[in-house]
Design a protein around this ligand. Structure first.
Ligand code: NAP
Length: 402
């Protein structure tokens, strides 16, 4: 993609006016307000927001057309706040979608906006990656609709599940991130057998046929708006969590990258999911924890001192940060006299997509983890609050490492 901006020596106050060209299509004007001059065109940052609004609009229109929805009008309005110091970047942005048309199916409209926002819109993804917190809102024929739960079906189902199922589970409610496959998926099933009511979260829908397990709820830990949405949704439905397992994680893209070869893109991708996303999710979900509860952070021995090598640098460093974060959280709770139990853990070498040569099955790993998280181990976990637990495969025991 190539563009060009042209400045042609205009005098003050028009000396911040430009033409912009691209490979195909008309020239457009760009103008930065200067003195008392009337601004004749969008300024560069307005152009970014207009770009985002039209990028997401294309997704919504094409999805609705594929769904044969009678769309008559779509207006996307963005309202962004910038940081106060240079370089001033977008910090927060509300995006309002006004979708109009007789006989539109609100569920389909919400789905089209959801798909654009979570999957397709490259401009909003770029802004999110730069740290801008996006809040989308949808209005269909002037009525506000929840993008993630357009007809309140999930909310209603959750209320019944809490009353009929969760309130009867002796261990309370557990939430697991990264439940689509691997260890997370097996752990959801295992915890449900240990009399937890489990809320699995994942980027894609997962089906579980077990009444103790609620429908999987959408959570992409690299998307702050998805974290905020989920925590607000759970809060709105008065959910109190007794256990959170932060399991979602990614391994090195360039799996062999040693410390001196690791590049910015790789570190960023891995930290986004394994560290930034985990911290953001934890700190938002914290408000939902019951007074006596447990938070487990799935880390890896690869991030611990005892595993001294320089390969898989980005992953190793990210998992080291998780161990440190768990310790810090436990210390802060201790200072606040809170009885929340915190631990980080290495599940052993487990055969999953991430580790195809793993030594034990996900089912066995899930049994081991749920034992560590059980009430039998509560006292030992509390004594080592904030500690890093390693599952020793040769002895088949958990050990808390210094
Ligand atoms: N397997 C091992 O031997 C081993 C050893 C030590 C530590 N661990 C740790 O154990 C955890 C689970 O690993 P695994 O072996 O089960 O790996 P896996 O089979 O690759 O599963 C990873 C899970 O994380 C989810 N995930 C990735 N990025 C996400 C995001 N941005 N938002 C939400 N979910 C996301 C994946 O969801 P999608 O399906 O949407 O991608 C998937 O459900 C990881 O934290 C890993 O580092 C594993």
């Amino acid at each position: 993609m190539k563009i060009k901006t042209i400045w042609q020596g205009k005098e003050y106050p028009h000396n911040w006016e430009f033409y912009a060209e691209c490979d195909e299509g008309e020239k457009i004007q760009i103008s930065v307000k200067n003195g008392d001059a009337v601004k004749i065109a969008p300024n560069p940052k307005e152009l970014v927001l207009q770009g985002m609004a039209s990028c997401t609009s294309v997704d919504v229109i094409s999805t609705l057309q594929k769904m044969r929805q009678p769309l008559e009008e779509l207006i996307v309005e963005c309202d962004a706040e910038q940081t106060t110091v240079h370089p001033k970047v977008f910090e927060k942005c509300n995006i309002n979608y006004y979708v109009n048309g007789k006989e539109l199916n609100v569920e389909k409209v919400a789905n089209a906006v959801f798909l654009s926002f979570t999957k397709y819109c490259g401009v909003s993804a770029m802004l999110e990656k730069s740290g801008c917190h996006m809040t989308p809102k949808l209005f269909v024929n002037n009525k506000e609709i929840d993008i993630f739960d357009p007809e309140n079906k999930i909310s209603d189902k959750l209320k019944h599940w809490i009353k009929d199922v969760a309130n009867n589970c002796s261990n309370g409610v557990a939430l697991v991130t990264g439940a689509s496959r691997g260890i997370g998926n097996a752990l959801v099933k295992q915890l449900s057998q240990e009399d937890f009511a489990v809320i699995p979260t994942a980027r894609s829908k997962v089906l579980y046929e077990n009444t103790n397990i609620f429908d999987s709820l959408y959570l992409d830990v690299t998307k702050p708006n998805s974290i905020s949405y989920l925590s607000n949704f759970l809060k709105k439905n008065s959910i109190e969590l007794n256990l959170i397992v932060h399991n979602a994680g990614v391994f090195s893209l360039d799996s062999g990258a040693d410390s001196l070869d690791v590049n910015y893109t790789e570190i960023h991708k891995i930290y986004e999911a394994n560290v930034f996303g985990l911290i953001e999710a934890n700190n938002k979900f914290m408000q939902l924890m019951s007074s006596c509860s447990t938070i487990a952070f799935v880390s890896s021995l690869m991030g611990h001192d005892s595993y001294d090598t320089y390969s898989y640098a980005a992953y190793r460093m990210s998992k080291r940060s998780v161990i440190q974060f768990a310790k810090n959280v436990a210390l802060q709770f201790q200072n606040q006299n809170k009885k929340i139990c915190i631990l980080s853990l290495h599940p052993g070498s487990v055969k999953t997509d991430m580790n195809p040569s793993g030594k034990i099955s996900v089912e066995n790993s899930a049994k081991n983890i749920s034992y560590l998280l059980s009430n039998k181990m509560l006292e030992t976990r509390m004594k080592n609050n904030g500690g890093f637990w390693n599952f020793d495969l040769t002895k088949e025991v958990w050990e808390c490492l210094k």
